[in-house]
Ligand binder design. Structure first.
Ligand code: NAD
Length: 367
């Protein structure tokens, strides 16, 4: 199959191959769907073994962003970029500025941000060449590190899970097992502590585990023991694919709700959780706080607005659970349906022509 066949299969609009041999740039920008707005998604830097692997990853990640933005109620489409290279070795000012010029050339159809292998310093170089970049440092009027807002969103989502499973929004005394005490996991633990929850957690990095133990009084267990923890909620906040054939039979929780991306190794693992009576909060719905935060940057960042919009995750998850029950499908499928329905409906309002100067962006109404 060729590149266009792959795009066709996943429904992509556009893929841009970018090259500047003088600075060693080889990048791919994938735009999946711009029905709802400009395609926003981070730029990943990774030593892909070849361009076919990079292309596949860009396509898969861009499509994921379409669903995430749509389910979050944002006026954004889905896109993602990948730079082929080793982030430890190959970064330079010229590389990121060259990439920024390609982003600028798309005129706002694609907006970039940080992702695996890139950080706020790299965004500064991109920012020198284009306005179409988010996750810029607060010193430049950007929103800075998104992880506290991501964690705040997981708390809102967890309240919706508690409501669904235990009949109360309160997280008081809930026992939560957190896998990963990095940027998201640590802030999440902090919020949980304020809510009166009990926490057991792990991290493969002993320094991170110790910090959570000392600063938050979190009970620490070994990285492999976390799957066996007797708890109400298992919260993956580290890597993807942690819900699989080996781990699911070990879980002793009633809810899975966490910040990590791509938690299900395969779709069938979402079915398996449902069969076992474990309520799964679809990852891209519950971890949308970070995306919501950078979205707010597009109109001039305001923390209050970012948090207010992030509280919408509570209602988005309730809607997912309602669809799952009404249609009789697992929650991960209900999330896809929520996203697809919104894209389908909002496509229809575009029948009415409105001159561009009269349009304004609409923020999601919550509380
Ligand atoms: P991070 O790198 O700061 O933290 C990840 C932590 O997990 C690290 O401390 C690492 O040592 C630990 N870890 C790795 N493997 C582990 C294992 N097997 N067991 C226990 N701990 C392990 O990353 P982050 O920004 O906190 O992101 C965490 C997850 O959330 C990622 O999947 C990321 O894609 C997703 N996510 C992050 C954001 C955000 O705002 N940062 C937004 C949406 C989704």
């Amino acid at each position: 199959m060729g590149y266009l066949d792959d795009m066709n299969e996943l429904g992509h609009e556009q893929v841009v191959f970018c090259r500047n041999a003088d600075v060693g740039l080889r990048a791919i920008i994938a735009i999946h769907d711009t029905t709802l707005g400009p395609a926003l998604g981070g730029v990943r830097m990774w030593p892909y073994k070849d361009e076919a692997e990079a292309f596949k990853d860009a396509l898969r990640l861009a499509r994921g962003m379409t669903y995430k933005a749509a389910a979050a109620g944002l006026n954004l489409g889905g896109g993602k970029a990948v730079i082929i290279g080793d982030p430890k070795r190959d970064k330079s000012e010229a590389l990121f500025r060259a990439f920024g010029r390609f982003v600028e050339s798309l005129g706002g159809r694609y907006i970039t941000a940080e992702d695996v292998g890139t950080d706020v310093n790299d965004m500064e170089f991109i920012f020198m060449e284009t306005r179409f970049v988010t996750g810029v440092h607060t010193a430049h009027g950007g929103s800075g590190d998104p992880s506290p807002v991501t964690a705040y969103g997981i708390i809102q989502g967890l309240k919706a899970c508690a409501n669904e499973r235990f009949g109360t929004d309160s997280l008081q005394n809930l026992k939560v097992a957190i896998q990963g005490l990095g940027n998201v996991g640590f802030h999440f633990a902090q919020y949980l502590k304020d809510e009166g929850a009990r926490i057991v957690a792990c991290d493969i990095d002993p320094n991170r585990a110790r910090r959570a133990e000392e600063e938050l009084g979190v009970q620490i267990v070994g990285p492999d023991e976390i799957y066996d923890a007797v708890c109400d909620v298992f919260s993956p906040c580290a890597l993807g694919a942690v819900l699989n054939d080996k781990t699911i039979p070990r879980l002793k929780c009633k809810v899975v709700a966490g910040g990590a991306n791509n938690q299900l190794q395969d779709d069938r693992h979402g079915d398996e959780l449902q069969k076992r009576g474990i309520l799964y909060a679809p990852d891209y719905v519950i971890n949308a706080g970070g995306l919501t935060n950078v979205y707010c940057e597009l109109e001039g960042y305001n923390r209050e607005r970012a948090l207010r919009m992030t509280r919408g995750i509570f209602y988005n998850l309730r809607r997912v659970f309602d669809i799952a029950k009404q249609v009789g499908i697992p929650t991960y499928r209900a999330a896809d349906r929520l996203a697809e329905e919104r894209i389908g409906l909002l496509q229809k309002i575009k029948r009415t022509f409105v001159p561009p100067q009269f349009r304004r962006r609409m923020f999601t109404p919550v509380d």
